[in-house]
Design a protein around this ligand. Structure first.
Ligand code: PMP
Length: 350
């Protein structure tokens, strides 16, 4: 097992950073007159309590998430979408122009874009032919400047889980931070890695409320990690990164887990049905198995099929340019009516 030392991974300027101290985070206790934050004490044109700055650490939302996820609130970071979690990981751990990270294409595009924005080298180690991690390839791409390894499981766009043994092996043998993106975990049979935070000091798990929770517009991305890592995220994030409307609505939504579970059940059923129906078309060469709310199909001509569906006002994701995905289209599971429209439209495709 590789020795883990977080101090060796954090950028010097972040270690030395004196974080911004907001009015709302300096004050604790009871008060009735707030003259500390240059807000408009008369209120806003809206009825809600929007004239006050929101809780910088989103405590109530974290307490509610904690009950659902089974992770203590102090091990949770909330980002303005998972994309903020990804960006902060680069800014905390990676020295621009010097450090590198490893990503495993075909995978979620923001890992590479985040690297490019922050001027960090992204070393690409493609998945194997069956869309699994190339463990040896990953380890041989690592050098002393490799700070992060991104693993997406279930993976976008391939839809499958990464083999748990491979992920555990990498957690044990890579001395940098392993970020496991479980955005689609609610549709998967895989056990979430958030239960392993005490086991692995070098683990960050990402979840999001944009998928199964149906809150893509609110931008609530979640990072789960050791308190040491969460403290770094809190130190570097913008003071009020989650707005009051998102916090309030997030709390309201979390009270309704039954509805979310019902949607998950229907989506998983619809996934099987749609996969089965698609496999019957001649022009579909392969339907890939999925643990997500989408799946990949290989067609005889992805550009042609994409254009045909577009002309019929159906938008899917053409992934043909991604490594290992030649002529592949990614299809998100819709409502039963939307899925039926797709199948009916495809019946007229020649
Ligand atoms: N991770 C993965 C694997 C995704 O596919 C997506 C969205 N396409 C995200 C994260 C983004 O999540 P968020 O809406 O929380 O930024």
């Amino acid at each position: 097992m590789t020795e883990f030392n977080i101090d060796k991974l954090v950028r010097e300027n972040i270690k030395n950073l004196e974080p911004y101290s907001s009015a709302r985070s300096e004050f604790t206790g009871e008060a009735s007159v707030f003259l500390d934050a240059n807000e408009n004490a008369f209120g806003s044109p809206l009825d809600e309590n929007f004239h006050r700055y929101p809780d910088p650490l989103q405590w109530q939302l974290k307490v509610d998430l904690s009950k659902i996820k089974g992770v203590p609130p102090q091990n949770i970071f909330i980002g303005n979408g998972s994309d903020e979690v990804i960006d902060l990981a680069y800014r905390i751990f990676c020295e621009p122009g010097m450090d590198n990270v490893i990503i495993c294409p075909p995978t979620y595009g923001m890992y590479k874009v985040g690297a490019d924005i922050n001027n960090i080298e992204a070393r690409e180690v493609n998945l194997t032919g069956d869309f699994q991690l190339d463990v040896e390839g990953v380890l041989s791409a690592v050098d002393e400047k490799t700070k992060l390894l991104f693993i997406c499981s279930p993976n976008n766009p391939t839809g499958n889980n990464m083999d748990r043994m491979d992920v555990e092996f990498l957690l044990n043998n890579f001395s940098g931070i392993v970020i496991i993106d479980e955005a689609y975990i609610n549709y998967s049979r895989q056990k979430p890695f958030i239960q392993e935070l005490t086991e692995y000091e070098n683990l960050i798990v990402m979840h999001t409320l944009s998928k199964a929770w149906g809150l893509a517009a609110l931008r609530l991305g979640l990072g789960f990690a050791s308190e040491k890592i969460i403290d770094l995220f809190n130190k570097v994030k913008p003071p009020y990164n989650i707005n009051q409307a998102s916090q309030q609505l997030g709390i309201k939504a979390l009270a309704n887990i039954a509805e979310v579970n019902e949607h998950i059940k229907i989506i998983v059923e619809q996934r099987s049905l749609l996969q089965q129906q698609l496999s019957e078309f001649d022009f579909i060469k392969k339907v890939y198995p999925s643990d997500s709310n989408f799946f990949l199909v290989k067609t005889d001509n992805a550009n042609k099929l994409y254009q045909y569906l577009l002309a019929h006002q159906i938008i899917v994701r053409n992934r043909t340019k991604e490594p290992l995905c030649e002529n592949c289209i990614r299809i998100t599971i819709g409502t039963p009516a939307e899925n039926e429209t797709l199948i009916k439209t495809l019946k007229n495709y020649a």
